[in-house]
Design a protein around this ligand. Structure first.
Ligand code: SF4
Length: 449
């Protein structure tokens, strides 16, 4: 384990509220949490209802020089505070409004700081943009692997070819087209990629989640993430009350769509009121969790993993080095081999045996799939709760106390090197974004005079 990772994880764990320090908790044991950029390109060319960005965001010019400088500054601070490796989202308004070269430079700045970047997009760009992003002069790949999250849902307006979609089903060809761009480029250049599908859920489209899951799950995405809408950001874009849709309601629709239980209790990530994550894989169209919370052999393996291998960066370490690290850790804990064998046996029993896995892999019907619900909080609660936290005051009001607990266990942070703070995205959008965008409007006006 890198000593800085060890320290960052220990600090994270020590700062977590007691109620989230469960055996299933990955934060502070395996992950320091996700990171995101802010104020680097606030503008977007689609309109969503709701939109988490402040009313001034679209009055800020997209400026590649500003983006790269600011991303570099924020990532350097995250590197300093949270160690040499983390997942980070290149997020703002719409990332594809950056030129391909500026987008590539921003990704490179993130990688240089040890971050594994993911570009957050509405997905409405052409294959030529993607090609120009991932290849340099002469056509050689400038990245071996890229990650994108495509936000596609019927609450968005202005997508080319689906300006005002009435149903989620209308958007399925666009979801497929997005994956196809990457497939084509992989065939042409060998590019590796990881794709996530994001969907905001409100009372207006909750009833279509199940059919969207059925349509999207086999398309080629490796993650399906749902965000029940919150009252945060631009008030003019709040079209209805969003309180009726919560994580339970979305999860029930997800399970209805798949026709099976999706067990998420095996691994927690932060506060369960914020995040519900199910890590697993699809085999022949059926989803399987890596950790079945009801199988003692599997939860024992999870516990051993967190205790002995948790600080190893599995997706950020070169394969040979990773094998060496795991073997070295295993030598110190010889009992882990038996635990791993028991876990594998239990998992294979659930999935139909090794033969079924091998046949599925050969037929191309085996792939990673993570399901996630991330529930942002309403600005009316975050603002006072955050204000009290800044003054070291624990809220008396139960609602604000709950908000503070969630903010303290936040898994999604944004860097403020100027104040020495790591800010939860909820506080960023609810409290800091409006003033930040007013400032950016002055710095980067739409019309340069
Ligand atoms: S950004 Fe908000 S909802 Fe997400 S983990 Fe942090 S506090 Fe929870």
């Amino acid at each position: 384990m890198h000593p800085e990772t060890r320290q960052a994880l220990a600090e994270r764990w020590a700062a977590l509220p007691e109620h989230v320090r469960t055996p299933a908790q990955a934060l502070g044991r395996h992950a320091v949490g996700c990171e995101g950029t802010h104020g680097v390109f606030p503008k977007c060319n689609l309109t969503c209802t709701p939109c988490y960005h402040s009313a001034d965001a679209n009055k800020v010019r997209v400026d590649g020089g500003h983006t790269v400088a600011e991303v570099t500054r924020q990532m350097a601070y995250l590197r300093e505070r949270r160690g040499p490796y983390a997942h980070a989202q290149l997020i703002g308004g719409e990332v594809s409004l950056l030129s391909p070269d500026d987008h590539a430079a921003a990704l490179q700045a993130m990688r240089d700081a040890g971050r594994s970047p993911m570009s957050m997009t509405h997905g409405d760009f052409d294959p030529e943009y993607l090609r120009a992003l991932v290849t340099g002069p002469g056509g050689a790949l400038r990245f071996d692997r890229v990650s994108f999250a495509a936000h596609v849902d019927s609450l968005m307006r202005g997508r080319r070819g689906a300006v005002r979609p009435r149903t989620e089903a209308e958007l399925n060809p666009f979801r497929e087209r997005f994956v196809q761009m990457f497939r084509d480029l992989r065939a042409e250049t060998g590019l590796r990629y990881y794709l996530a599908h994001n969907m905001t859920v409100t009372p207006a489209n909750l009833g279509q989640v199940a059919e969207t899951v059925r349509a999207v799950v086999g398309m080629g995405y490796s993650m399906m993430s749902f965000q029940p809408a919150a009252h945060v950001g631009d008030e003019r874009r709040w079209k209805e009350s969003y309180t009726a849709v919560d994580a339970d309601a979305v999860w029930a629709e997800l399970e209805r769509g798949l026709g099976q239980r999706v067990a998420h209790e095996g691994v927690e990530f932060g506060d369960p009121r914020c995040n519900r994550v199910a890590f697993g894989f699809l085999l022949d169209g059926r989803w399987h969790a890596f950790v079945d919370p009801d199988a003692p052999a599997e939860t024992a393996a999870r516990d051993a993993f967190f205790a002995h291998y948790g600080g190893i960066a599995f997706s950020g370490t070169p394969p040979l080095l990773l094998v060496a690290k795991v073997l070295r850790a295993a030598r110190r804990h010889p009992g882990d081999v038996r635990i791993a064998v028991r876990w594998a046996r239990s998992l294979l029993r659930r999935t139909g045996g090794p033969g079924a896995v091998v046949r599925g892999a050969r037929a191309g019907r085996l792939g990673l799939m993570t399901f996630e619900v991330h529930s942002f909080m309403d600005a009316e609660h975050v603002a006072p709760a955050w204000d009290l936290m800044q003054r070291g005051i624990e809220a008396d009001d139960p609602r604000l106390r709950a908000t503070q607990e969630r903010l303290a266990a936040c898994t999604y942070s944004m860097a403020h090197p100027e104040t020495g703070q790591l800010v939860p995205a909820c506080a960023q959008h609810s409290v800091l974004d409006p003033a930040e965008n007013v400032e950016l409007r002055r710095l980067l006006p739409l019309t340069v005079v």
